[in-house]
Design a protein around this ligand. Structure first.
Ligand code: 5BU
Length: 464
């Protein structure tokens, strides 16, 4: 009760219209990110977990927090109980030991798993399977909140016992007691959560930017872009395919209010200089847009790393995002994690090219689908896709599309253009990438405004 009060005071329980990770619509949202921002509440939650360990007499040798949200909690519990911790990586390291589990352990010993919120239990099962593969014994899980959405049964089927401090119904009862919700509201929330989650994504996923932002706490690139899109009301990315730095700066000075991203091909610029990069960065900072280098990386991981960090352009030092071909396989994509996580780079993430806009492109058949599978493995730094039609049903990704021109249909050199209405309303992309239609216009500023207005109105009037 004390902990529920604290969580509530810290804004952990929210009423509104939300889309959950499962795709379910819900009028209630539990935001436990507030835990790490409030040291007192975090400490209280850790103590409550220790109390359960004592009252249930749980016996174990190590503690593992399910990555990432539960790791701080697990650390505090280890500290209180003076027990050693193990770390489970989300993906195996691409270098050195390639281990999934970090820390010293002996096979056959017992591990207690700690989680913040349990929904269906799938991330716990993934963690436990990795630990069991290392020969560790793992059959007890301790969580702060059981959302009562089948987690207990799913875990029991794998011989795992779930213990929780509190549950969805206990939280809703507490919120009724403090007059935050009515009993009718509780019934409605439980009903919403009972709605089945369709594996094929047929359910009505809410695609509004407002809701999508909630899914993005772990993806800095998309969080940044959605914030810009919402505050500037634009889904326009201009492709500045000009060859002189002065032309690009002049272009940006005219169009900055209408764009969420500026896309460059740095290797077509004839008079590249670091002053140019500094000017672009200042403009991007002042007028809120991201710098997007459309480098289309496609090589072994080590070479991509060099191409990102070295050479004349040192792309990762200034570009917030880049494009990557999936053709070289998903292991090479993991290269980007270290670049994105390095504090000294500007990189926030990358887009995978699922489908090119050109006539006869080989990015068809199995290709977009396999590209999506790669992206799903790296949700923290793959922001989404370059595609022609929205290639996946997950609203936490953004779908960027080139090949947009309101007047013309092709450039005679393979490029295929279609209208904004086709690209956003029919093909369900989020961000339009427009080059020559704007850069070659008589009145560049007016044209950028026209594309931004039409793009945004198509996006916000789309229901899915
Ligand atoms: P356009 O002038 O609107 O055709 O410019 C489109 C830009 O998008 C240009 O910079 C291309 O390099 C880029 N592009 C594309 O057109 N098609 C693709 O499939 C990919 C990138 Br990926």
């Amino acid at each position: 009760m004390e902990l529920l009060k604290e969580l509530n005071n810290n804004g952990a329980f929210k009423l509104g219209q939300f889309v959950l990770k499962s795709g379910q619509n819900s009028s209630f949202y539990i935001d436990l990110r507030t835990l790490i921002s409030s040291p007192d509440v975090l400490a209280k939650a850790a103590q409550a977990l220790c109390d359960i360990i004592a009252s249930k007499n749980l016996d174990f040798d190590y503690i593992v927090g399910v990555p990432y949200a539960a790791m701080p909690l697990a650390t505090l519990v280890c500290n209180i109980l003076k027990k050693p911790m193990l770390l489970k990586r989300k993906e195996a390291k691409s270098y050195g030991t390639k281990k999934l589990i970090e820390g010293s352990y002996e096979p056959g010993k017992k591990t207690l798993i700690i989680e913040d919120v349990v929904t269906t239990g799938s991330s716990i099962i993934e963690t436990i399977e990795a630990l069991r593969n290392e020969g560790l014994v793992c059959d007890q899980v301790l969580c702060v909140i059981d959302r009562e959405q089948g987690g207990v049964h799913k875990l029991a089927a794998k011989e795992i016992q779930l213990h929780s401090i509190t549950s969805m119904s206990a939280i809703l009862d507490f919120l009724i007691q403090i007059d935050f919700i009515t009993p009718q509201k509780k019934a409605q929330i439980l009903e919403e959560l009972r709605a089945p989650v369709a594996a094929n994504g047929n359910r009505a996923i809410c695609w509004s930017l407002e809701n999508r932002k909630l899914l993005l706490s772990k993806n800095p690139l998309n969080k940044h872009i959605i914030e810009i899109m919402m505050s500037k009301q634009t889904n326009l990315c201009v492709a500045a395919d000009l060859t002189k730095t002065s032309e690009i700066i002049e272009l940006v000075q005219k169009i900055h209010s209408f764009i969420c991203a500026l896309k460059l091909h740095i290797d077509i610029i004839e008079d590249f200089s670091w002053d140019f990069i500094t000017s672009l960065q200042t403009l991007a900072q002042e007028h809120k847009f991201v710098l997007f280098e459309d480098r289309k990386f496609a090589d072994i991981g080590k070479t991509m790393e060099l191409q990102l960090n070295k050479g004349i352009y040192k792309i990762s030092s200034w570009a917030n995002m880049v494009t990557v071909h999936s053709v070289a396989g998903d292991a090479t994509i993991s290269t980007f994690r270290e670049v994105v996580e390095n504090q000294n780079t500007a990189m926030e993430g990358c887009l995978l090219i699922a489908e090119l806009s050109t006539e006869g492109a080989l990015t068809r058949d199995f290709y977009p689908k396999e590209t999506v599978e790669f992206a799903k493995k790296y949700p923290n730094f793959v922001g989404g896709f370059i595609c022609q039609k929205r290639c996946h049903d997950d609203p936490s990704f953004l779908y960027w599309t080139p090949g947009v021109n309101q007047e013309q249909r092709g450039d005679g050199a393979g490029q295929q253009w279609r209208s904004i209405q086709q690209a956003v309303t029919q093909d369900k992309n989020d961000i339009i990438i427009v080059g020559r239609a704007i850069t070659s216009a008589q009145d560049v500023k007016a044209e950028a405004e026209r594309y931004a207005t039409a793009g945004w109105s198509s996006l916000i009037s789309r229901s899915d």
